[in-house]
Design a protein around this ligand. Structure first.
Ligand code: DQQ
Length: 577
């Protein structure tokens, strides 16, 4: 839910669990005129820290992406938005349109409280293209003022010939289309998916929980108007509440073409956003359409080890883009400063750069890559040829401004012999491992990588790094990590290290990294998109032209940069801001 502004440290999870029992959204009803508290250091609210090419509206709070779709030549993105302030509350669906998913034009909010079923809030939902080419939107309405009582609402365009889909209606004849009857917890029943069609029925999922078992409830319909709950959920696991479920087919290992949600897939992906940890987890598996059941391939899959992003990335949603025959992933990244900072800035929340996603050749995970359109923003480049970085050394990449940049680099390790022994206690906890062995802790093979948004004196720097270990069988184990512990001199900022393991064959010694740097966000893709980490940082010196980029090696073996290119990134049209 949108009230929590930080990606939580494990210590906070317990506290959160207690809050979740009450499932409360704090509603801030009138925030229009809140002034910056005098204690906020000027740098945190610096307009130079506002992102340049990541999606955001000119002001106020945003969270989940909703109902992304392609319609009559336009991409549509709706999102959870507070028109009255920079904290969660008063939620409506703001609406932007784009020709390329990078340049955005803001329209008026498309869905806002207007019927009894949604008079206290219009929460997350999804779009489905019906057989006649008309889009339909299913979303969660809040229909009571005292508790967040949740029902599912169906909306259609008022005028389907308008390519901008500016107005939506919610026919009284069949709304709400689903209510929390039959033992469903009314405050934990939300976020309908894109529906898919099979054997004469549409199906959609709604996220829920029973005791501590998170689940994706299945609803079926013949006409898209009357929906009936199936007896069994599509899938469930002992994880707590599933927010924003997403379920879609993929073509098969290494096949980059996406599939429409109703197409038969070689494999299926089920994602849930876990309210308890505030991270997005997915499994890959098979779907039995007769029983409407999903089975993850990996029997341990339900322990949810795979994440789209090992950083600050939540409540994501995919859609099939028929114009480029790809599946695109959109996700929300909240701030990691404080609520007073956000009020002072007047804005909070961004979306990650849209990512194309497809199945890895191993079939065991997805690959993600920034959509190709983002490359249109690339401006002045600088390249570094083959360059050796000896243990303890670093060098600066000069010649371009790097506070808003796209950096692609390939590292080559001279030998894996000195790789540190991997402690199996960290097998499922890359983040903890990185917390213990961050950028400044000398290693064997690594840590090596980039220092981004770094000050000239290196007092401030965010490290994006790799570190290679050897497991009990002598097999390399690669850790990718974003270490923001030195990212800012500002006190009281939340600076969590984020990390994931990278399932890559490093026997050639090579590993690639791409980082999209955008003033207060660092979004990184390791090994061609096997492991991704988005992190929010708020430098106090390394701002604008005072931000530098370095390559560093803090290990015991040489690391060669075989190629590196950094591009300055231009600012796209961003909702008129
Ligand atoms: N955000 C929405 C909910 C969803 C949550 C409310 C996830 O529908 O479960 O703003 O961030």
């Amino acid at each position: 839910m949108g009230t929590r502004q930080r990606v939580l440290a494990p210590w906070a999870v317990l506290l959160l669990a207690l809050q979740v029992a009450g499932a409360s959204h704090v509603i801030h009803r009138s925030l229009e005129a809140e002034a910056a508290p005098p204690s906020v250091p000027a740098s945190i609210v610096s307009p130079l820290l506002r992102t340049g090419y990541h999606f955001q509206p000119p002001m106020n709070w945003i969270n989940d992406p909703n109902a992304p779709m392609y319609y009559k030549g336009w991409y549509h993105l709706f999102y959870q938005y507070n028109p009255k302030g920079a904290v969660w509350g008063n939620i409506v669906w703001a609406h932007s349109v784009s020709r390329d998913l990078i340049n955005w034009i803001a329209l008026d909010p498309a869905i806002y409280p207007s019927i009894p079923s949604d008079q206290y809030g219009c929460w997350s939902g999804s779009a489905t293209m019906l057989k006649d080419g008309t889009p339909a939107i299913l979303y969660t309405g809040i229909n009571r003022p005292d508790i967040n009582y949740q029902v599912q609402v169906l909306a259609f365009p008022k005028n389907a010939s308008d390519p901008l889909l500016r107005e939506w209606e919610k026919p009284a004849a069949y709304n709400p289309v689903a209510t929390p009857v039959g033992g469903i917890n009314a405050t934990q029943f939300r976020d309908p998916t894109t529906a898919w069609y099979a054997d004469g029925h549409w199906r959609m999922l709604v996220g829920s929980v029973r005791d501590t078992r998170g689940m994706a409830l299945v609803y079926r319909s013949r006409d898209f108007r009357t929906w009936r709950k199936a007896k069994h959920p599509l899938h469930s696991a002992l994880t707590g509440m599933w927010e924003c479920p997403d379920f879609f087919p993929v073509s098969g290992p290494a096949l980059e073409d996406g599939l429409d949600t109703s197409d038969a897939g070689a494999k299926y992906v089920l994602k849930s956003s876990l309210d308890l940890t505030r991270y997005d987890y997915y499994t890959i598996g098979s779907y039995d359409k007769r029983k409407d059941r999903y089975y993850p391939d990996n029997p341990n899959g339900d322990y949810h080890r795979l994440r789209y992003d090992y950083g600050n990335f939540y409540a994501s949603k995919t859609f099939y883009d028929p114009a480029k025959r790809r599946r695109v992933l959109l996700g929300w990244a909240n701030e990691s400063d404080s609520v007073p900072d956000d009020k002072a800035k007047g804005w909070a929340g961004i979306h990650a750069i849209p990512r194309k996603i497809w199945l890895d050749p191993s079939g065991k995970q997805l690959l993600q890559w920034p959509i190709e359109e983002v490359e249109k923003l690339r401006g002045k480049p600088v390249s570094v040829g083959s360059k050796l970085v000896k243990p303890g050394e670093h060098f600066e990449v000069t010649g371009v401004a790097t506070y808003q940049a796209d950096v692609e680099v390939t590292f080559e390790i001279s030998s894996l012999e000195k790789a540190e022994a991997f402690d199996p206690a960290y097998d499922n906890d890359a983040q903890k491992l990185c917390g213990v062995k961050g950028a400044d802790v000398k290693g064997g093979v690594g840590p090596f990588g980039l220092w981004v948004l770094a000050s000239a004196d290196l007092q401030e720097k965010t490290a994006v790094l790799f570190r290679v270990f050897k497991d009990g069988y002598g097999k390399p184990k690669v850790l990718m990590c974003t270490d923001p512990t030195k990212s800012s001199l500002s006190p009281d900022l939340y600076k969590p290290t984020f990390a994931g393991f990278v399932d890559t064959d490093i026997s050639s010694g090579k590993i690639a990294l791409r980082s999209l740097i955008d003033r207060s966000v660092v979004e990184s893709f390791g090994a061609g998109g096997k492991t991704c980490i988005l992190s929010r940082v708020y430098p106090s010196i390394a701002i604008g032209k005072d931000a530098h980029l370095y390559v560093f090696n803090n290990g015991e073996v040489d690391v060669k940069v075989s190629s590196l290119t950094a591009w300055e990134m231009k600012k796209p049209l961003m909702n008129g801001a």
